[in-house]
Design a protein around this ligand. Structure first.
Ligand code: NAP
Length: 472
């Protein structure tokens, strides 16, 4: 190892940090690494990083001294308090103008707080969403940075070198100020939850109604993916053909039906509620995971109310499921883009939604062929009211909404839960309804709480004395 200083430091030698450090080094940069548990650093240096231009450091002081100025230090540690802990311990070793990049899944409000805190100390901060899991981190992730613009300019070459590449360029762009990068990553994960749930509901229909085996569904999803070209569908068909070494059965059949979550999907829903934005398909996906986790309650209730599955549907119905999945997936993206559009204006991010779609085209978990037309939609109309009225998808909505409706109504008759499919359809039906029953809700609110109402025929705020409370 030469004595020349390192170009960048990476703190956190778990899966993401290790693979990102290796990716950066492979592009010709010298990398210093640090981990709280020094044995992990040592092991990494001796094994995966041996004979590479990667320097192991064992104190924050040593890390800081090993770096060229302005120092660039990327944190790949557990989101939450660990990020604050690391920042506090790094600070005494940094100088004004140095750059901290938080590459973890931090909550955007924490990023806002850290941005201001570090700005006051003259440290430049980039809240940076990174998607693609460990494979993406090593071979090319999608990178979503936001925060200090000048810090981005300093990091641009490294980011562009390590990011996934498409014909439209590297999957990274400066997204905007403060927490914009982490916000975009949060919504990315919300869309991810929805697509995963939609695919799983299609799988549930095929196995319960048509009694298809995992191998048969492997073939179907593989075929459907010719159209989606989606990472999540690709891993789905690969999972379905995987056999359990112990039992010889498809591994998916021996995995417990109880899903965990780390919180980014829930955060999207919470923030959408705060912004008065409806994202029902994403919401349904978060709720579905929560419901899946109470397996013991489902067993108890399922023993009382059994689900009869009568198959009166013919095999053509599977093609309707294919179309329903396709259109509901577009709706999941539409909800996420709408949330980004409103958050951008509310929080002053100034997001370019076509750029967001472009950097999601490869490297990230929600990459799919749909991102190209999504990118085009927002390029030609940056203030597009909703993706569902984009010219790019007009034909798809005309042709496939009837299939989504068919799937939701037939499956609801049977009693298999399809919350994401049903919510996607309700989102579409709600948005295209020129008349909703909220007039009655206004009247009810005014009746019991004197909350007032607006009228169709004239401007103003009105109240009716619906009841004579003094004579009740
Ligand atoms: N895994 C993925 O596929 C993925 C994908 C995208 C984004 N992310 C995000 O990227 C970040 C890193 O993810 P990961 O899966 O590689 O790791 P992780 O399991 O989220 O975190 C483990 C790392 O955090 C360090 N750490 C925990 N508490 C600490 C503290 N108080 N002080 C200093 N270091 C501390 C650990 O150090 P010790 O070894 O000393 O415990 C270890 O290096 C997370 O924010 C994660 O949400 C992960």
């Amino acid at each position: 190892m030469s004595l020349e200083k390192c170009d960048i430091g990476v703190v956190g030698m778990a899966v993401m940090g290790q693979n990102l450090a290796l990716n950066i080094e492979s592009k010709g940069y010298k990398v210093a690494v640090y981990n709280r548990d020094h044995d992990k650093t040592k092991k990494f240096i001796e094994e995966r990083a041996s004979n590479k231009n990667i320097l192991g450091t064992y104190t924050y002081e040593e890390l800081a001294k090993s770096l060229n100025r302005p120092r660039k230090i990327m944190l790949m540690v557990k989101a939450g308090k660990p990020v604050d802990d690391v920042i506090e311990q790094l600070l005494p070793n940094l100088e004004k103008g140095d750059i901290i990049i938080d590459g973890g899944n931090s909550h955007y409000k924490d990023t806002n707080r850290r941005f201001k805190y570090l700005q006051d100390k003259g440290i430049r901060f980039l809240g940076t969403g990174i998607s693609g899991g460990e494979y993406g981190a090593l071979h090319g992730p999608s990178i979503m940075p936001g925060g200090d613009k000048s810090a981005y300019e300093e990091m641009k070459d490294i980011f562009e070198a390590i990011a996934a590449k498409t014909e439209d360029g590297p999957c990274v762009a400066y997204l905007g100020p403060s927490s914009s990068g982490h916000y975009v990553k949060m919504v990315h994960n919300g869309i991810e939850y929805a697509i995963m749930e939609l695919i799983s509901e299609a799988y549930d229909i095929m196995r319960k109604v048509f009694r298809l085996s995992a191998d048969e569904m492997h073939e179907i999803f593989k075929k459907w993916n010719d159209e989606h070209k989606s990472y999540l569908m690709e891993i789905t068909y690969k999972i379905l053909e995987w056999k359990d070494e112990e039992t010889g059965k498809p591994l998916v059949d021996v995995i417990l039906d109880s899903a965990q979550q780390k919180g980014t999907g829930k955060w999207s829903v919470q923030d959408a509620l705060d912004l008065n934005i409806s994202i029902p398909t994403i919401n349904a996906a978060v709720n579905a995971r929560t419901l899946s986790a109470i397996k013991h309650e489902r067993l108890e209730i399922g023993n009382i109310f059994d689900t009869p599955v009568n198959n009166s549907l013919n095999n053509d119905f599977i093609n309707s499921v294919r179309d329903a999945l396709y259109i509901a997936t577009i709706i999941a993206y539409a909800e996420g883009m709408k949330l980004l559009q409103v958050a951008s204006s509310e929080y002053g991010y100034g997001l370019d939604l076509s750029e967001v779609a472009r950097i999601w085209e490869d490297g990230c978990i929600i990459r799919s062929a749909l991102l190209k037309p999504i990118q085009k939609s927002f390029k030609s109309k940056p203030n597009l009211v909703n993706l569902i009225i984009s010219e790019e998808f007009r034909k798809d909505f005309e042709n496939r909404i009837p299939k989504l409706r068919e799937v939701v109504s037939e499956i609801k008759k049977i009693g298999i839960p399809i919350p994401a499919f049903a919510s996607a359809l309700d989102y579409f039906d709600g948005l295209r309804s020129k008349e909703l029953p909220a007039n009655l809700i206004q009247a009810q609110r005014d009746f019991f709480g004197a909350h007032t109402y607006q009228r169709k025929d004239k401007e103003g705020i009105f109240h009716t004395e619906w009841q004579d409370i003094h004579n009740i």
